[in-house]
Write a protein that binds this ligand. Structure first.
Ligand code: NAD
Length: 490
């Protein structure tokens, strides 16, 4: 018998021979309202101008949410102000910590329901929401609960005090996790909050509001308003907000920065990225290939810190690309609720079209496209995992954030060239380095202008570890002790 040609190996291993049986998580037991207004002063309130939030895997309407206008935003800010002055700022750190522990535990108790709802609303695979989004969300509350009564030890001699009412605006790619990154440090530091989830993913924020009620968090400490950009802009403009914390696109981050210029409002911005994942020839290549896959196909590549630019040393480039194609052939793309799914749905039609447009531009500019030939579901917003070779630094796909399952592959010869190429971007959020040599890893990490650098791994998150960017990726840090600074007067 002759050996199979390398190209047919994926087909032999993962094609007709070994098909995974469907293993869908049953959404029967999850409960949610078909219509949500806003959550203000501890209560769900009716709103106006309802719009649909759809399940991106089926294109069916999941629920409707209201749009907060100036008046509604004002009600939410007033509730947060009252709660701040009358209750929350007067509570001891120990008491605030107890609430945060309670919220963290309730998230854990409701973990499966939250994971299913997050998959339905966002499109991300259940194995990610179950094993990453929801546990990390709970971990953030539990971690910051631990700081609430230790602020004077954390900042010795500084007599830390809260700053007041925080307006927080989050994106759709990690709805629960971004909510936890925002709420947990703000509350631990003694502030009250008005939070606006993204318009395409409001559902789990509304479920968290139910959890806040169950935790008996005092009314008004957390208020959640629904709506799109105009509602966010009204929150940014409100004169009684002391701080804006924004996670989202660089474009909107710049608008917000302009809008609050000249006001005493504090600002932190967590924006876009174009992370370089650097593979040296001395790296464990099979391990690195797993890291490449995790770096760009986790959450369908809709990750601000995605390793969307692969920089691979020329001597091993061919080998790495060949291994990557074999590995990609085994990715299962489809129903987010199926426990076997690796790559779920893109969050919206608009995002899918944006990805498609940039991929077409990559081809027009001369890069070479290779895509998985997996079968995509008939409905829903699905995009084939894709890689581009023959990419030049000047190509749009090497510069712009695609925010989808699309990898641009470039090569380098020396560590200095790798660093130069990695830093040659308007962004500075994340990077990965793969090498067998610890000394090389530390030296290169020190030369990279990126807020987070992973060594021989990628996309690892921990509440104790600060996260944030340089340059057009924003400023301020979330997570760790550093994540408390923006919410404290020191
Ligand atoms: P987006 O900027 O379009 O929207 C983010 C949020 O801002 C949404 O809630 C939206 O309603 C609101 N918004 C829109 N216009 C506004 C305005 N003028 N004023 C106030 N609020 C406004 O971003 P997106 O498409 O939802 O998210 C994707 C982007 O988020 C990507 O660029 C990604 O890199 C970035 N992101 C960054 C991080 C990080 O930590 N650096 C994390 C996740 C996502």
């Amino acid at each position: 018998m002759t050996n199979p040609a390398p190209d047919s190996i994926p087909a032999l291993l993962f094609g007709d021979l070994w098909q995974y049986a469907p293993a869908p998580e049953k959404p029967d037991f999850v409960k949610f309202e078909k219509r949500y207004g806003h959550f203000i002063n501890g209560k769900f309130v009716e709103g106006e101008n309802y719009f649909a939030s759809i399940n991106p895997a089926t294109e069916e309407t999941l629920l409707e949410v209201a749009t907060a206008d100036e008046k509604m935003v004002d009600q939410a800010v007033q509730a947060a102000r009252q709660a701040y002055e009358k209750v929350w700022r007067k509570l001891s750190g120990t008491e605030r910590g107890k609430y945060l522990y309670r919220i963290g535990r309730l998230i854990q108790e409701n973990a499966m329901e939250l994971a299913i709802l997050e998959s339905m609303d966002n499109g991300k695979p259940i194995k990610e929401t179950r094993d990453i989004d929801v546990p990390l969300c709970a971990a953030h509350f539990l971690y910051y609960a631990g700081w609430a009564d230790k602020l004077s030890y954390a900042f010795p001699g500084a007599n830390p005090s809260p700053i007041g009412v925080a307006g927080q605006i989050i994106p759709w790619n990690f709805p629960l996790l971004m909510l936890a990154w925002k709420l947990a440090p703000a509350l631990a530091a003694g502030n009250t909050v008005v939070l606006k989830p993204a318009e395409t993913t409001p559902l789990t924020a509304m479920k968290i509001a139910e959890i806040l009620q169950k935790a008996e968090l005092p009314a008004g400490v957390v208020n959640i308003i629904n709506g799109a950009g105009a509602s966010g802009a009204a929150l940014v403009r409100h004169p009684d907000v002391n701080k804006i914390a924004f996670t989202g696109s660089t474009e909107v981050g710049k608008i917000i920065q302009r809008n609050i210029a000249g006001t005493p409002k504090r600002l932190t911005l967590e924006l876009g990225g174009k992370g370089a994942n650097i593979i040296f020839e001395d790296a464990a290549l099979d391990q690195a290939v797993e890291g490449i896959v995790n770096g760009i196909f986790f959450n369908q590549g809709q990750v601000c810190c995605a390793g969307s630019r692969l920089l691979v040393q020329e001597s091993v480039a061919e080998q790495v690309v060949a291994k990557l194609k074999v590995r990609m052939a085994s990715l299962r793309v489809g129903d987010p609720l199926d426990k076997n799914t690796d790559v779920g749905a893109i969050n919206s039609r608009q995002q899918m079209e944006k990805i498609g447009g940039l991929v077409a531009q990559g081809e027009r500019e001369g890069a070479h496209l290779w895509q998985c030939d997996c079968q995509l579901p008939a409905h829903g917003f699905f995009f084939r995992p894709s890689i581009f070779t023959e990419v030049a630094m000047s190509h749009t796909i090497a510069q712009e954030e695609i925010f989808g399952p699309v990898l641009s592959i470039l090569t380098f010869r020396t560590p200095a060239e790798a660093v130069e190429k990695a830093n040659n971007t308007q962004y500075g959020l994340s990077a990965g380095i793969w090498s067998d040599k610890g000394s090389k890893l530390f030296k290169v990490a020190g030369a990279l202008r990126a807020g987070v650098v992973w060594g021989n791994t990628y996309n690892k998150f921990d509440p104790a570890s600060p996260f944030g960017g340089y340059k057009e990726s924003g400023f301020g840090r979330e997570g760790g002790l550093q994540g408390l600074y923006p919410y404290l007067k020191l």
